[in-house]
Design a protein around this ligand. Structure first.
Ligand code: NAD
Ligand code: UD1
Length: 355
């Protein structure tokens, strides 16, 4: 059985789906602070299989001990964490506590239970403003400019030290580039709380009429069209990378680091143009000053993952944007619970499930 912390979240729910489809037993631990249980109900509807779900906090050592005593867990995918950069600047301790202390609590409980296989959700943010493109795993980690990025780098370092201290550990540090898109069913996808920080969720909310216009932050970067360039990767490709990493951990010990990206960068202007083609109309947008802390460009060299995991991203930008739009247009309010005309509170899967 695989424990998936944060398994109700955006990437976690897609990983749970792939794990179930591959025949794994799955236990999800999530405190639902940034997600909805509805995502897992829909995963069940899609796979015909059910993940066990426990609502709880990854920092809760006694809960973790109880889970490991009750379920035959052999490996952990650790997604649970906080990820909003701006919020991390305002509430650094909450970020360090969840992302660093949460990872430490998990590892302590795993070691006590004799479980030594861990896949950790890291981020390309640990490379900072890399002077070299594309970014390989050998590129030095940089100095993340915010507590979120720092917390990911700190957690990576904690895990490296742990694996050096005890050869029983097999740990994968997966450095995600920019996950976007949604499962092709349109039933599960990204549902950010409040105002989206990231580009695609913002564009989607403009397109469904929840926001007036997109602000493009910076048209004066040293990139071909002046806007920021990123390596966007389909969340389903990303989820599949986790299964490949899990397989690989059966064969290797210590810490292994893999970039999960496509190896190709797109600018914000290119993203807007491609998305306009998908929705068949113009997306209202204005140009603004650069966003503090942003880098000009960032894309991966995914060769190591291809060679060592036998994994590579398969879905192109059009598929990413089409799948994201299917999710958002069928679920304009995400997983939000709505009051229906009868006054009965219910989730809004009907449109999504019916189509
Ligand atoms: P998400 O917020 O959708 O998922 C995180 C999940 O963890 C949520 O379901 C949340 O409720 C849960 N959670 C948070 N704190 C918890 C706690 N203390 N105990 C138990 N559950 C808790 O985010 P996501 O986009 O799915 O990201 C998953 C992981 O990948 C995170 O660690 C994130 O930092 C990392 N990551 C995400 C991106 C991205 O762009 N989405 C990029 C790089 C890395
Ligand atoms: C951001 C985070 C990074 C995190 C990553 C994935 C910052 C500074 N960095 O990265 O730490 O790992 O998300 O969660 O927040 N853009 C706009 N308008 C918008 C939003 C974004 O023009 O409303 C631009 C940005 O300037 C950037 C590109 O779109 O050029 C992508 O932005 P975003 O989706 O936020 O991802 P990152 O900046 O790569």
């Amino acid at each position: 059985m695989i424990l998936v912390t944060g398994g109700a979240g955006y990437i976690g729910s897609h990983a749970v789906l792939e794990l179930l489809l591959a025949g794994n037993e799955v236990l999800v631990l999530d405190n639902l602070c940034n997600s909805s249980k509805i995502a897992l109900d829909r995963v069940e509807a899609l796979t015909g299989r059910k993940a066990q779900f426990v609502k709880g906090d990854v920092r809760n050592r006694s809960l973790l001990n109880a889970l490991f005593a009750s379920y035959p867990v052999t490996a952990v995918l650790h997604f649970a964490g906080l990820k909003a950069v701006g919020e991390s600047v305002r509430e650094p301790l909450r970020y360090y506590e969840t992302n660093v202390s949460g990872s430490i609590a998990l590892c302590q409980a795993m070691a006590e239970a004799g479980i030594f296989k861990l896949v950790f959700s890291s981020s390309a943010t640990v490379y900072g403003d890399s002077p070299k493109m594309p970014i390989t795993e050998n590129c030095p980690t940089g100095l993340p400019t915010n507590p979120y990025g720092q917390s990911k780098l700190m957690a990576e370092n904690v895990l490296k030290g742990l694996a050096e201290s005890d050869p029983r550990w097999s740990i994968a540090l997966l450095r995600y580039f920019n996950p976007i898109g949604a499962h092709e069913s349109g039933l599960i996808g990204e549902d950010p709380n409040g105002t989206p920080n990231n580009l695609l969720p913002y564009m989607l909310q403009v397109a469904v009429g929840r926001r007036k216009q997109l602000s493009i932050y910076g048209a004066d970067y040293p990139t071909p069209d002046g806007t920021g360039v990123r390596d966007y990767i389909h969340v389903v490709d990303l989820a599949k990378g986790h299964l490949k990493a899990l397989e690989r951990l059966n064969l290797v010990h210590g810490v292994s680091t893999w970039n999960l990206g496509t190896g190709r960068g797109y600018s914000v202007r290119q993203m807007v143009t491609a998305f306009e083609e998908v929705i068949g109309r113009r997306l209202p947008h204005v140009f603004k000053a650069r966003r503090p802390g942003d880098i000009a460009q960032c894309w991966s060299d995914p060769t190591k993952a291809r060679e060592e995991l036998g994994w590579q991203a398969e879905k192109d930008l059009l598929t990413m944007l089409t799948d994201a739009w299917r999710w958002q247009s069928r679920n304009p309010q995400g997983y939000a619970v709505e009051q229906t005309a009868t006054g009965k509170a219910e989730a809004n899967p009907e449109t999504a499930l019916a189509s």
